[in-house]
Design a protein around this ligand. Structure first.
Ligand SMILES: Cc1cc2nc3c(=O)[nH]c(=O)nc-3n(C[C@H](O)[C@H](O)[C@H](O)COP(=O)(O)OP(=O)(O)OC[C@H]3O[C@@H](n4cnc5c(N)ncnc54)[C@H](O)[C@@H]3O)c2cc1C
Length: 389
């Protein structure tokens, strides 16, 4: 029995699947060229996103976004997750929490152009000495007349090389919220922002994750998002959303890996039989498809509960559970797929090889697996097992 989806849900899902199927043939070229595709190909992919009505799917319709339900967004991200090399990131999901707190100036200046696809953003929260423990950041936000002055060195700033503006998180140096966090928007070309270095990472993506220094960066006071002291709230909203979407993408990756490794096992002959005939292979695939089903039910149901207005603390715990389980599940599925493909599974032209590298970070970013367990255990202590009823 399949999960109950409306006709509209299935339509969104089918459009996303079409896009993913069109992107997949470009993976190996991207893999062999540092994640890059020719500009005309990238432009064609962006055009397809607009034609398929998949731009800014998480943003309100009244601002020009797709206005999809959380479940529909999960269905889209699941399809995107079937594609390696971050080619699926062409489906851009801007900061969904921002319209609710943005000033009219911020809506005009950043939010609406981002929804239109004219601007791109990135997040600068993590530092060398503060990742999981976000409150350990040393970056500062100092009020000076009608400006804020930003200082700090941020690590792993994903997509900085392709962005127009950055959300900078720092601690306030003075005022009634001294020591609390502030979230400030800075255009990338503001004087004082510079790339310190661009380290190489395990995956092969066109999106880089540089170390970025903010040195006496002056921005107008109107660039502050929300109120002084609100910084951590926005980070938590973003984490909750992204954790669920990581779970969704993990489903797509696991489905593709299971599908491709099953097809290979049916075809590949060893000792006079398809290797699918051997129980050692069957059991790996049986475990993969079973775990995929469990993760899918958990992720879909979490999304549905959000759409139904579930208590936000319960949402937070369930998004952590979905991310923890689905990302670890996809890692196991990828490892089994490499094993089933044998030597081919170690070649970069093979989907299992690429996913076995790419999926690893899903257990680290947006909160490590350990941090998800800390969040889940905290809710278990406060609410008991009611957190999963
Ligand atoms: C590819 C990539 C892209 C990223 N993109 C961004 C980005 O765009 N913007 C941004 O701001 N950040 C980004 N990050 C940063 C990412 O969110 C952090 O790496 C992550 O939160 C972990 O922080 P850390 O690396 O400092 O590890 P640490 O926090 O130092 O953790 C190290 C280890 O200690 C464990 N640990 C820590 N605290 C506890 C605890 N209380 N209990 C048990 N174990 C614990 C962790 O689970 C981990 O195993 C990115 C990271 C990567 C790898």
């Amino acid at each position: 029995m399949s999960f109950p989806l409306s006709d509209e849900d299935r339509d969104v899902q089918a459009r996303a699947r079409t896009l993913a199927d069109e992107l997949i043939p470009f993976e190996v070229e991207a893999e062999l060229h540092d994640g890059e595709l020719p500009p005309d190909v990238v432009a064609a992919h962006e055009k397809r996103v607009r034609e398929l009505n998949l731009e800014a799917i998480n943003m309100p319709k009244e601002l020009g976004g797709g206005g999809l339900t959380t479940l529909q967004q999960v269905l889209v991200e699941e399809q995107i997750g079937r594609v390696t090399n971050a080619l699926g990131w062409v489906v851009h999901t801007p900061a969904g929490w921002l319209p609710g707190v943005a000033t009219p100036h911020q809506l005009d200046r950043w939010v609406i152009p981002t929804i239109r696809g004219d601007l791109r953003e990135c997040y600068a929260i993590t530092e060398e000495a503060a990742g999981s423990d976000v409150d350990g950041i040393q970056a500062t936000v100092a009020r000076d007349g009608e400006e804020y002055v930003l200082n700090g060195v941020k690590w792993h700033v994903t997509s900085f090389n392709l962005s127009d503006y950055v959300f900078f998180q720092g601690k306030l140096t003075a005022g009634s919220h001294e020591g609390a966090h502030a979230f400030v928007i800075a255009d990338i070309d503001t004087p004082g922002i510079r790339v310190v270095r661009t380290p190489a990472y395990t995956h092969t993506y066109a999106h880089h994750h540089p170390v970025v220094a903010f040195e006496e960066v002056r921005v107008p006071a109107e660039n502050l998002v929300g109120a002084e002291g609100d910084g951590m709230r926005f980070a938590h909203e973003w984490f909750r959303y992204e954790r669920l979407m990581i779970a969704a993408r993990s489903l797509g990756a696991a489905e593709r890996l299971t599908e491709e490794s099953t097809a290979f096992a049916r075809d590949r002959q060893a000792y006079g039989h398809p290797i699918f005939d051997y129980q050692a292979i069957q059991f790996m695939l049986a475990d993969s498809v079973t775990e995929l089903w469990a993760a899918r039910l958990m992720t879909y149901r979490t999304a549905q509960a959000i759409d139904e207005g579930e208590d936000v603390k319960v949402q937070h715990a369930q998004c952590s559970m979905a991310k923890l389980f689905a990302s670890e599940m996809a890692g196991r599925v990828a490892d089994r797929a490499v094993q089933i493909f044998g030597g081919r599974g170690f070649m970069r032209e093979n989907v299992a090889e690429r996913f076995s590298r790419e999926l690893r970070v899903d257990r680290i970013w947006e909160g490590t697996s350990e941090i998800q367990r800390v969040i889940i255990a905290d809710q278990l202590a406060k609410r008991g097992v009611a957190v999963v009823r």
